[in-house]
Write a protein that binds this ligand. Structure first.
Ligand SMILES: NC(=O)c1ccc[n+]([C@@H]2O[C@H](COP(=O)([O-])OP(=O)(O)OC[C@H]3O[C@@H](n4cnc5c(N)ncnc54)[C@H](O)[C@@H]3O)[C@@H](O)[C@H]2O)c1
Ligand SMILES: O=c1ccn([C@@H]2O[C@H](COP(=O)(O)OP(=O)(O)O[C@H]3O[C@H](CO)[C@@H](O)[C@H](O)[C@H]3O)[C@@H](O)[C@H]2O)c(=O)[nH]1
Length: 480
């Protein structure tokens, strides 16, 4: 029986391995982690991450051919294929700080694999890593192998949170990179055979190691660039009276551009886009390509600009001050259908408003109070280390309260900011919300999910990203 072990039971390791177990009943899959609470949660009814459809998949296989364990060494020793899906955060100190990927967790996993292995293994990079990481990992494994043969493959993951299960069931493609040697080709085939249980063969792409590593960074850079491009256009739309949704629709009809991923927003978030582009920028700089590095850096600059622009719109609309005013924040997760808040634009927007002394009342259907308080106090990039190594929040922020629903959050507020596109925010009773707010009552829609005309009829002053401006906002000083 083929045995798979995955090191790292996070947003990637957990769902990916659960789907492999479901689709390959003949394979035994163990997901291991150094975090005891995380593994306990995987073994309980309250999974550690919220992802539509995940619970059903886990329940079908857990205890049969899917196991979650903290006995890392035992499962690594027994496995034929070891996936590594640990954190690869942005470095905060030393060489490359603020850009380069921190491979501490990866390196310690590789050293442990070399230490405990007693039989040949295929080691699969599942984490997103800098190009040439496979070479470094190979060196660590070979120099510590005691005669055991390791083959390294790059098999980057392309799932998006909120749709992970569907993405894994029907991937656009699976990418496998390996050495172009007989042993490397054999390893590629072994991994291909796993995915071939449910992924059509023409969707399994095989390349050399470096192409696979670069493709992952390139895919995220291209996706994020699309959002920064449409967000840059949203600023131009506001200045000219164009409507960014109409512009996206019009350009998306061009089959070369395509309609997906063109929604203007308060900015992209998530654990991947910024981290991976910073990593790409660093790699370009290290390879003597400053022009290429600067090109990609601009994608992040526009994203930061978009978040600042949003905060400035809120403050300038409300008589240039939000000091002491209650602002309701609807949505804190970085996108709908996830409780994940890593790099969520809500953190920057909330910090910006708090900088102007606003009082915030935050509601998100999936993000608990402790989590919100912790995120608003955390230093940049600290969030991407394993949970047990993250700083704990010593205090609560007085300026922030966390509400249990949208009506409580908005009661007596001066303004409402929509920061996540949760479906439930589309269908709220906005007349009731308006009645319970201070006047004039403002709505700032950072996700373009609300019917602007309907809200204006109720009496709201409305700002919606990239849409023709309210008369009220036109008279306000230029922003950003
Ligand atoms: N989140 C996504 O949607 C996504 C998608 C594609 C790729 N990725 C990449 O996948 C990797 C993992 O991302 P994630 O979101 O799953 O992170 P995560 O923080 O949710 O999970 C990583 C897990 O690895 C564990 N870990 C760290 N070092 C370990 C060690 N030495 N031994 C055992 N366990 C260890 C941590 O405790 C943590 O539970 C990153 O490189 C990320 O860039 C993420
Ligand atoms: O038109 C759009 C699409 C997305 N977003 C925002 O962009 C961010 C990222 O969204 P998405 O890409 O859907 O989620 P992620 O889970 O971050 O997935 C991305 O990052 C993963 C980690 O590398 C990759 O595996 C995925 O392919 C890639 O889509 C979120 O804040 C979204 O709200 C927009 O603002 N406008």
């Amino acid at each position: 029986m083929v045995k798979i072990c995955c090191i790292g039971a996070g947003y990637v390791g957990g769902p990916t391995m659960a789907v492999i177990a479901l689709k390959c009943p003949s394979i035994e899959v163990a997901v291991v982690d150094i975090s005891v609470p995380r593994i306990n949660a995987w073994n309980s009814d309250q999974l550690p991450i919220y992802e539509p459809g995940l619970e059903e998949v886990v329940k079908q296989c857990r205890g049969k051919n899917l196991f979650f364990s903290t006995d890392v060494e035992k499962h690594v020793r027994e496995a034929n294929i070891v996936f590594v899906s640990v954190n690869t955060p942005t470095k905060t100190q030393g060489l490359g700080a603020g850009k380069a990927a921190d491979l501490t967790y990866w390196e310690s996993a590789a050293r442990m694999i070399a230490d405990v292995s007693k039989s040949d293994k295929i080691v699969v990079e599942k984490s997103t890593v800098p190009v040439k990481t496979a070479e470094a990992i190979e060196k660590i494994l070979m120099h510590n192998s005691r005669g055991i043969n390791f083959q390294i493959l790059s098999n980057p993951e392309f799932l998006a949170e909120g749709t992970a299960i569907n993405d894994l069931f029907k991937p656009d493609r699976v990418l496998i990179g390996g050495r172009e040697t007989p042993e490397g080709m054999k390893a590629i085939k072994a991994l291909k055979d796993v995915y071939a249980h449910w992924v059509p063969e023409d969707r399994i792409l095989c390349t050399n190691l470096w192409s696979a590593e670069v493709s992952k960074l390139a895919a995220n850079a291209f996706l994020a660039q699309r959002i920064s491009s449409v967000n840059a256009m949203s600023a131009l739309c506001e200045a000219t009276g164009a409507d960014v949704s109409q512009v996206s629709h019009a350009i998306g009809f061009d089959s070369r551009i395509g309609p997906k991923f063109l929604n203007a927003s308060v900015g992209f978030g998530g654990s991947c886009f910024q981290k991976d582009i910073l990593n790409l920028v660093y790699i370009c700089e290290c390879n003597g390509l400053p022009e290429v590095a600067n090109y990609w850096k601009q994608v992040i600059k526009v994203n930061d600009y978009q978040k600042t622009r949003f905060v400035n719109r809120v403050v300038s609309s409300m008589f240039n001050t939000v000091s002491g005013k209650k602002i309701a924040i609807l949505g804190f997760a970085f996108k709908k259908d996830t409780g994940d808040t890593r790099e969520t634009p809500a953190i920057d927007v909330c910090k910006g408003l708090m900088g102007d002394k606003a009082r915030l009342s935050i509601y998100d259907p999936q993000v608990p109070q402790e989590h919100i308080q912790r995120d608003l106090q955390m230093n940049k990039f600290d969030w991407d280390h394993p949970i047990h190594l993250q700083p704990t929040s010593p205090s609560t922020i007085n300026q922030v309260i966390v509400a249990s629903d949208a009506y409580e959050a908005t009661k007596d507020s001066h303004g409402v900011c929509i920061l996540t596109e949760w479906d439930e925010f589309k269908n709220l009773d906005y007349q009731k919300i308006y009645n319970n707010m201070q006047k004039p009552a403002f709505v700032f829609d950072g996700r373009n999910i609300l019917d602007v005309e309907k809200l204006r009829k109720i009496g709201f002053i409305v700002y919606s990203i990239g849409k023709p401006l309210d008369k009220w906002l036109k008279d306000m000083p230029a922003v950003a």
